[in-house]
Write a protein that binds this ligand. Structure first.
Ligand SMILES: Cc1ncc(COP(=O)(O)O)c(C=O)c1O
Length: 348
């Protein structure tokens, strides 16, 4: 049987040969105890890339987001996020269960919070209200099909937050995809937020980890929270080494993933225009609606799987495809061919 074409997510990317070599040669210090030189190097590089003072390496994006909430808030107050945010929908309520804050979901378009709704939601502390503790953004926005937040939107949100003395955290799990799509540096995006995290484990192809970046004081405050949630690591240089290779060599090639995603969207659109509008595809995620086929997303994903293509149902009538380093034009064309067959069989 041919190898499965895995379009479920970019976290399936395997480390490159250069990463494996770097991992083998990495220092073996105890990151938790004395600090490991390779981890320190990754954190410093992450800080430079995001234009922040310091970075903190953790095992996952979920943990960097959670630690950011813990470090920004004080077990009271409301966190404002766009209603489709990963932090809200996919991180198991950690911000409430662990950080002890509650949240308000703000309606948005393509991952960008509606400005009027956001302005109305911001509230001060009063006798009867803790007030807004934190505002979060997400770019690229996973639930919005890899949409990139416009810099003007981020500037508006950060300006509003600063006006009210509210900190801002940005979930940039795919920050570098956003930077490549906008044609700016990650630092240019991160100017509009106090803290930002990004994953080296997604399109950048490293096996493990995310880095939280912010001011030196913020990162010092975040450190014990990382420990509290079990994120302190030991010989983490072995995995951090791959993250360094990711940051040094894998950012520019994300443009290839965006090109394959666009090719995929164009191919699927040619199967049936109701599936996807290729103009909505900005980065490496393609969300399609199978509603018009009369079949649900679960059946579609089973039909794709039977043809050797793995995709993720995003909701009952939508599928998510994510392109990455192991997906080239041949894999995209195979996925489009499978879609054509499934569409025809659904129409019978
Ligand atoms: C936008 C976003 N934030 C955070 C995460 C969480 O990352 P991790 O799977 O490393 O916990 C993801 C994972 O897909 C994501 O897409």
């Amino acid at each position: 049987m041919n190898k499965i074409i895995d379009l479920r997510t970019d976290t399936v990317t395997q480390p490159t040969a250069a990463m494996l070599a770097a991992m083998q040669q990495a220092t073996q210090g105890d990151d938790s105890r004395d600090g490991d030189p390779t981890v320190i190097k990754l954190e410093a590089l992450a800080a430079v890339r995001t234009g922040k003072e310091a970075g903190l390496y953790m095992p996952s994006g979920t943990m960097t987001n959670l630690v950011a909430v813990l470090a920004h808030t004080t077990r009271a107050g409301e966190v404002l996020l766009e209603r489709g945010a990963h932090m809200l929908n996919t991180e198991l309520g950690g911000l409430a269960a662990v950080a002890g804050v509650y949240y308000k979901a703000i309606p948005g378009t393509r991952g960008a919070m509606d400005e009027t709704a956001l302005r109305e939601a911001v509230r001060p502390m009063t006798r009867n209200n803790f007030g807004t503790a934190l505002i979060c953004m997400e770019t690229t926005h996973n639930g919005a099909g890899g949409a990139v937040l416009p810099l003007a939107h981020m500037k508006m949100v950060y300006g509003l937050a600063q006006q009210h003395g509210i900190p801002v955290h940005t979930d940039g799990a795919r920050l570098f995809n956003a930077a490549v799509a906008l044609g700016v540096s990650a630092a240019e995006i991160s100017r509009h937020t106090d803290s930002v995290c990004f994953c080296v484990s997604k399109g950048l192809s490293a096996p493990v980890g995310s880095v939280l970046c912010g001011s030196a004081a913020f990162i010092e405050r975040a450190r014990p929270f990382r420990r509290m949630v079990g994120g302190n690591m030991r010989q983490a240089g072995s995995i951090a080494a791959a993250g360094i290779v990711g940051l040094e060599t894998m950012i520019d090639r994300l443009a290839d993933d965006h090109a394959t995603a666009k090719r995929l969207a164009a191919g699927l659109h040619a199967v049936d225009a109701s599936l996807v509008d290729p103009r909505d595809v900005e980065t490496n995620i393609v969300r399609i609606s199978v509603r018009a086929s009369g079949r649900g997303a679960a059946q579609w994903s089973g039909d794709f799987k039977a043809r050797g293509i793995a995709v993720s149902p995003a909701d009952s009538v939508s599928l998510r495809f994510v392109t990455h380093r192991h997906i080239g034009n041949a894999e995209v064309d195979a996925a489009v061919g499978a879609c054509r067959e499934i569409w025809k069989s659904a129409a019978k």
